[in-house]
Design a protein around this ligand. Structure first.
Ligand SMILES: [Zn+2]
Length: 348
């Protein structure tokens, strides 16, 4: 199968010395692609600067103006975690444009799998605020572009952190289903099982918070038992993955215990949710141990392309086995409350 990847755009000037979200990450992720040795099955599409109209589907005009002015004025620290340089707006717009270019190429080919490897990452970026290393929400702009074409979009976010920005942006949108597995408690603090979507989009948000130390078997159960029935009922026409690799056991930012083999298995599960080939793209989010990032990119793409050459075995045996049932109970209770509020409003 073809792999469609966005072309390299120089992101070296979006850097804050010593910050973990650094240009080497893209180099490592791209090495994971090279390791596949795809030859002519690798399709590279140039990134471009996402237009204001494309960004406005997700971000407010005021925020885009403010972020642009901050960057072009020299940049600095937006918050204790999040930096911008004079070039960051330009680089962030190309990261978004890389995603849109990959989607368009998949639509043109009607075949293949997409991988958007660019930074800064996006899933913490809110409609009107940068946070958590993220400036513009790459996956959300891509989902919004597909939604504008009438598609029903599933976003699976397996980054170790909850994608609060993506959840907020599509909170009340019935045509986008957001599914996240993440360590909890952890930054940014949101992502409880009882967060199930707004009144026009009840059950269009699925959160599975997991305890520190959880292994791949629990994540697989969460996807199979909690997410899969909701996804099947939603019946997506496109699947986008917020693919952070910071849930890997070697990652310094969190304490989940996944291996590259687990990412391969998750990729296989997610591919089953896509209605046909040519309608699935992975977007790089977190992942801060370069070796783990390279191996996990390689393993998950290999799996999406039908290969089986992961080096690490899938993990199991960690805590959280009882957790999936608890998440189900919390979700059901929350859904009952939201639905009964809805009934009362309809009656009054
Ligand atoms: Zn993350």
């Amino acid at each position: 199968m073809l792999l469609v990847v966005n072309g390299l755009y120089d992101d070296s000037e979006h850097e804050d010395p010593g910050h973990p979200e650094r240009p080497d990450r893209v180099t490592a992720a791209r090495a994971g692609v090279t390791d596949l040795h795809l030859g002519s099955d690798l399709v590279i599409v140039p990134s471009y600067s996402a237009t204001r109209d494309e960004l406005l589907r997700v971000h407010s005009g005021g925020y885009l103006d403010e972020l642009g002015a901050f960057c072009y004025g020299g940049g600095g620290d937006i918050d204790p975690d999040t930096f911008a340089t004079v070039d960051s707006m330009t680089i962030a717009r190309h990261a978004v444009g890389g995603g849109l270019a990959v989607i368009r190429e998949l639509q043109r080919l009607g075949d293949g799998v997409g991988f958007v490897v660019a930074r800064p990452p996006g899933h913490h970026a809110l409609e009107d605020r940068a946070m958590g290393f993220c400036l513009l929400n790459n996956v959300a702009v891509a989902a919004a572009a597909l939604r504008a074409q009438g598609e029903r979009v599933l976003i699976v976010d397996w980054d170790v952190h909850h994608g609060n920005g993506t959840q907020q942006i599509f909170w009340d949108d019935p045509d986008v289903l957001y599914v996240s597995t993440h360590q909890w408690p952890l930054f940014p603090g949101s992502g409880g099982a009882s967060e199930v979507g707004g009144r026009h989009a009840i059950n269009r948000t699925v959160n599975v918070p997991l305890p520190a130390g959880a292994t791949g078997d629990v994540v697989r159960r969460a996807i199979d038992e909690v997410a899969a029935p909701v996804i099947d009922a939603f019946d997506p026409t496109w699947v986008l993955v917020s693919a952070g690799f910071d849930a890997h056991r070697a990652d310094p930012m969190a304490e989940l215990q996944l291996t590259s083999g687990d990412f391969a298995e998750m990729a296989r599960s997610v591919a089953d949710f896509a209605p046909q080939t040519g309608r699935l793209a992975m977007f790089l989010e977190g992942g801060y141990d370069l070796e783990a990032l390279r191996a996990s990119v390689h393993a998950s793409l290999s799996s999406l392309l039908g290969g089986t050459n992961e080096v690490e075995r899938p993990s199991s045996g960690g805590p959280g086995g009882d957790h999936v049932a608890r998440v189900q109970r919390e979700r059901r209770a929350a859904l009952e409350i939201v639905r009964s509020n809805e009934d009362e409003e309809t009656e009054s």
